[in-house]
Write a new protein. Structure first.
Length: 437
């Protein structure tokens, strides 16, 4: 079926191109609200076609709920929730897809994303990260209270600590009165805010790049695997500001930042068990009292940062559902990788089994070694959709090189040092054929 767009629809899409993605640039391919319908055909590969949807949320709901595998085909599909067979033409209007779309629109709206989406660091000039899990790791590794300078807050890894910036205004005289000191604090706060909003402040120091690479290789896969596992049973984790570690649900990015640092930022596990605030070392008798303590004592300064980034238009209380998975809040580079991610990660009952082709990555005794290889497998699946997008002229970006999916010691070492480095020696097709049971 050809994709035919009238002049009015084309004009609408052109207007949508002005919307920026979470990383601050415009991706033309991501603006197309389309789903690649794939049908599994034994020994014949996968056949595909493009189907138009109203928006990115409708695509995500459709991909999550509709079973694309045989015996169902591109004309009739099977709803995973109600088990009904749905005519493809009306799948977006199916009752389950409508209810799922309504929920996803709510959690991705500005009503639910107060203080920015759950992958924006409010301490780092609203810097966008790649997922809610990565934001959690970043907060604990770099912004953890009482962290030793130059040492990762989650382990003993050392890096070059960026130097502190000098005060933007000179200090008051030593004999200044109370009124002068108060005015100085007001002026200093304003000057620091202006300094942080400058474009030069967005550049990461070399030491932070080292820490980011360390976290991406060592800590982020573990937190991401934990989240995917818990999502299977703890449905509240689909909320934007649900804590990846303890599962508590919060209502804003400010509350989430405060909770992660105060509740989980202690330097010893026993302190976390005793509900000792990592910010002020005060012991709290209950979880509700702890949350009230954090709200009264530690949220105000973080809320001021969120207001600053919003007022300077460095951040919006919104997200792009063409690139952000509203199930786990992971940011993908484009729409094809997002759809592949949903099929691989969120249509399975085991986080180490691919939901697309059912290849198992459970043979490796260490799940933290198997999971990065599964992520490579997920990106290789996205290459199939990317190829179909190229053929349909929905994108002009080249297809990424295939990534290694082998469990050899050399491949594991390569993934540990260069997690995104392509390896042209293997492909996902050869991997799937060798591991299917």
């Amino acid at each position: 079926m050809r994709w035919i767009k009238t002049g009015l629809n084309w004009l609408t899409e052109c207007v949508h191109l002005t919307v920026q993605n979470p990383h601050g640039f415009v991706d033309t391919a991501a603006m197309w609200h389309a789903c690649v319908e794939s049908v599994a055909v034994p020994n014949l590969g996968r056949l595909g076609q493009w189907t138009d949807f109203s928006d990115g949320v409708a695509v995500q709901a459709h991909t999550l709920l509709m079973d694309h595998e045989a015996p169902y085909n591109i004309s009739h599909q099977h709803c995973r929730k109600c088990k009904e067979t749905v005519f493809m033409k009306w799948s977006e209007k199916h009752k389950c897809c409508l209810s799922k779309s309504a929920y996803l629109r709510y959690v991705s709206s500005n009503v639910s994303l107060s203080g920015g989406p759950p992958y924006r660091c409010l301490f780092c000039r609203s810097r966008p990260l790649n997922s809610r899990s990565e934001l959690t790791v970043h907060l604990l590794a770099y912004h953890r209270p009482q962290r030793q300078p130059g040492v990762c807050g989650l382990c003993t890894f050392t890096f070059q600590e960026p130097p502190q910036l000098p005060p933007p205004i000179p200090p008051p005289p030593a004999n200044a009165d109370e009124v002068t000191l108060r005015q100085y604090e007001i002026n200093l706060k304003k000057a620091v805010g202006e300094q942080m909003c400058k474009f030069e402040s967005a550049e990461l120091a070399p030491g932070l790049l080292e820490l980011d690479k360390h976290c991406a290789n060592t800590h982020v896969p573990a937190y991401t695997l934990l989240l995917r596992k818990e999502l299977l049973t703890q449905f509240q984790l689909r909320e934007p500001f649900a804590c990846v570690i303890c599962g508590q649900v919060f209502h804003s990015n400010v509350e989430y930042h405060s909770h992660i640092l105060c509740r989980h930022g202690t330097d010893e596990p026993i302190k976390e068990g005793l509900r000792i605030c990592a910010m002020c070392s005060k012991g709290i008798r209950s979880e509700d009292c702890f949350n009230q303590h954090v709200k009264r004592r530690h949220e105000e300064s973080i809320a001021q940062l969120a207001d600053l980034w919003t007022s300077q238009e460095l951040m919006m209380d919104a997200t792009d559902t063409n690139q952000v998975c509203t199930t786990c809040w992971e940011v993908l580079p484009n729409a094809t990788q997002l759809q592949a991610h949903i099929l691989v990660a969120h249509t399975t009952d085991n986080p180490l089994v691919c939901g697309w082709c059912h290849v198992e990555f459970t043979d490796c005794p260490d799940p933290l070694i198997a999971f990065p290889i599964l992520l490579n497998h997920e990106r290789n699946h996205a290459r199939v959709l990317h190829r179909q997008a190229l053929e349909s002229k929905k994108t002009f970006e080249p297809i990424p090189e295939p990534l290694n999916e082998e469990f050899s010691m050399e491949a594991i070492a390569a993934i540990a040092t260069e997690p995104t480095k392509p390896d042209t020696s293997k492909s996902s097709k050869s991997k799937s054929s060798s591991k299917k049971k």
